[in-house]
Write a protein that binds this ligand. Structure first.
Ligand code: NAD
Length: 239
């Protein structure tokens, strides 16, 4: 049995991942953390105040901590997990470069971590296709458009930033990213390559958060047999 703890368990993603873990035969939910809804039950587990994370991790000894919270919280939660030798799956986005480096340095070589701004299998294939398209299309204009629900805190999305980085690395030029925050859009990403007399679009649309949760379940299972270090969904999916 893989023992799982979840940070952000009262949130949109954390609560869905908790339900997914509860329905898997080879996983068990041993701890849940949040800053709100403390004491609320998820299966047999009650949500603990994240201030208690050190004590609860020591008591429940999870194999993996999953974090879908906010950037500042994720850095602290990753520190707590790494100190206790608990592997980590991080889906939180919106890190400043300094926060990201701090998180990497606390994790490095202590535990195994999978960090990805998008756990959907389709998005990871989308990133790969963008890299190939940029390589073959060469000197074209590239625009990235992303749309998410109005509650999303960071903009541009971590997925769009990664797409921009892929194109920048391939074409050696800056790319414009346009963000839309509206209604209950789960997550749309479009990359437009426009040249002389033709254009091409590569698009991914998430219909439901289950796309991300299914990828998280794959990462939890993969991490159990991985070496120490920091990995991405490319490693989990063998892309
Ligand atoms: N990587 C992916 O595939 C993916 C997919 C969807 C969302 N996200 C990202 O995941 C994060 C959460 O998204 P959401 O839509 O579930 O947001 P949400 O606001 O619904 O949930 C976040 C939860 O974290 C809690 N929280 C805040 N600070 C905390 C802390 N220090 N410790 C523990 N819990 C804390 C909040 O109270 C809330 O319940 C965002 O950064 C979002 O961009 C990533």
């Amino acid at each position: 049995m893989i023992k799982v703890a979840i940070c952000g368990a009262a949130g949109r993603m954390g609560s869905l991942i908790a339900q997914n873990v509860l329905s898997e035969d080879d996983m068990t939910l041993v701890a849940a953390f949040d800053v709100k809804d403390v004491g609320k039950s998820i299966g047999d587990v009650r949500i603990s105040d994240v201030k208690q994370i050190h004590d609860v991790l020591a008591e429940t000894k999870p194999d993996v901590l999953v974090d879908f919270t906010v950037a500042s919280g994720a850095v602290e939660n990753a520190k707590a997990a790494a100190e206790r030798g608990v592997n980590i799956v991080i889906g939180t986005t919106g890190f400043t470069p300094e926060q990201y480096e701090e998180m990497r340095s606390v994790i490095d070589k202590k535990v195994t971590a999978v960090i990805s701004p998008n756990f959907a299998v389709g998005v990871n294939v989308f990133w790969k296709l963008i890299g190939d398209a940029a390589k073959y299309l060469g000197d074209v204009d590239v625009e990235i458009v992303e749309a998410h629900h109005k509650h999303k805190k960071d903009a541009p999305s971590g997925t769009a930033k990664r797409a921009a980085e892929i194109v920048r690395t391939s074409l050696g030029k800056e790319v414009s990213v346009h963000s839309i925050r509206s209604g209950d859009i789960v997550g749309d990403h479009l990359v437009l390559f426009a040249g002389d007399g033709e254009r091409m679009e590569i698009k991914h649309q998430a219909h439901s958060r289950q796309a991300f949760a299914s990828g998280v379940i794959k990462a939890i299972r993969w991490i159990a047999s991985a070496e120490k270090g920091i990995f991405s969904m490319n490693d989990v999916l063998g892309l």
